[in-house]
Design a binder for this molecule. Structure first.
Ligand code: APR
Length: 234
């Protein structure tokens, strides 16, 4: 693609849907089965830590049974082959981008496979459960580990790096997100202000569709590999 050097890609739950991971807002999605305020806020954790820990233990176990799909694999291929700057900012807390081979990746909402110690602030890779209040591998404190997932009302991660990349972007592509949650939903406007071209790849128009120069609607598993082939000139 002519004149494109720096690419920022935002992904959401739609990129993992074809791997069998529930999205949040589609019919039957995750939030339909749970009230967000009951499981994904600091207040919920303070009110009923067992409910929250069991919810995330279940999600952490579930994602380990899933595999990356063609969209994850195509993005990893682009990451490996793209000579300019490239950053994948994912809202997803699964590890499917990494398992497909993506390297230039930021988890803005944290990661299911990390535990965060509220005593020493260390993050440790965690594939087991937290309900039994295990000790922190870094400081040994018991019962101080929480899911390393950004809850509603908490600060998303590495925003400075993300805004710096958006300000340098020539192309911003949003994949599989409803555009319902900020700050990620505002990234398209940030990119436009830097003069970037903007493209949305999603099953249906997102809430921010009108901010995009172009949009393609369909499944990520079909749209993303075709788009990556275009970008790589294949
Ligand atoms: N291919 C492409 N897009 C898809 C597919 C698919 N196979 N399946 C679903 N989608 C689209 C839906 O149409 C929807 O627009 O993916 C989007 C998923 O939207 P959400 O369920 O709202 O997920 P997301 O946008 O990632 O949510 C953002 O909200 O609850 C918080 O922290 C949570 O990170 C999450 C954030």
């Amino acid at each position: 693609m002519s004149g494109i050097n720096n690419i920022v890609i935002l992904t959401g739950a739609g990129v993992s849907a074809e791997s069998g991971i529930d999205t949040f807002r589609d019919a039957g999605g995750l939030w339909e089965q749970h009230r967000v305020e009951d499981v994904a806020t600091p207040e919920a954790f303070a009110r009923d830590p067992d409910l929250v820990l069991r919810f995330y233990d279940m999600r952490r176990a579930a994602i380990q049974t899933k595999r990356p799909n063609a969209a994850h694999e195509a993005l990893a291929r682009l990451d490996a082959a793209w000579p300019g700057e490239l950053l994948i900012v994912t809202q997803n807390v699964d590890d499917l981008h990494e398992r497909a081979g993506a390297k230039r990746l930021i988890h803005i909402h944290g990661e299911h496979l990390n535990a965060w110690c509220t005593a020493c602030d260390a993050r440790s890779r965690w594939t087991g459960t937290l309900i039994e209040r295990p000790a922190c591998p870094a400081c040994g404190a018991a019962g101080m580990l929480r899911p390393d997932v950004v809850w509603f009302g908490e600060m998303p991660y590495r925003m400075d790096e993300i805004y710096a990349a958006l300000n340098r972007a020539d192309l911003f592509v949003s994949i599989g997100t409803s555009g319902a949650v900020y700050p990620a939903a505002g990234f398209v406007r940030e990119a436009r202000q830097s003069g970037a071209r903007t493209l949305e790849l999603n099953m249906e128009p997102s809430q921010g569709s009108h901010w995009f120069d172009a949009a393609r609607h369909g499944s990520a598993g079909a749209l993303v590999p075709a788009w990556v082939d275009e970008v790589l000139g294949q």
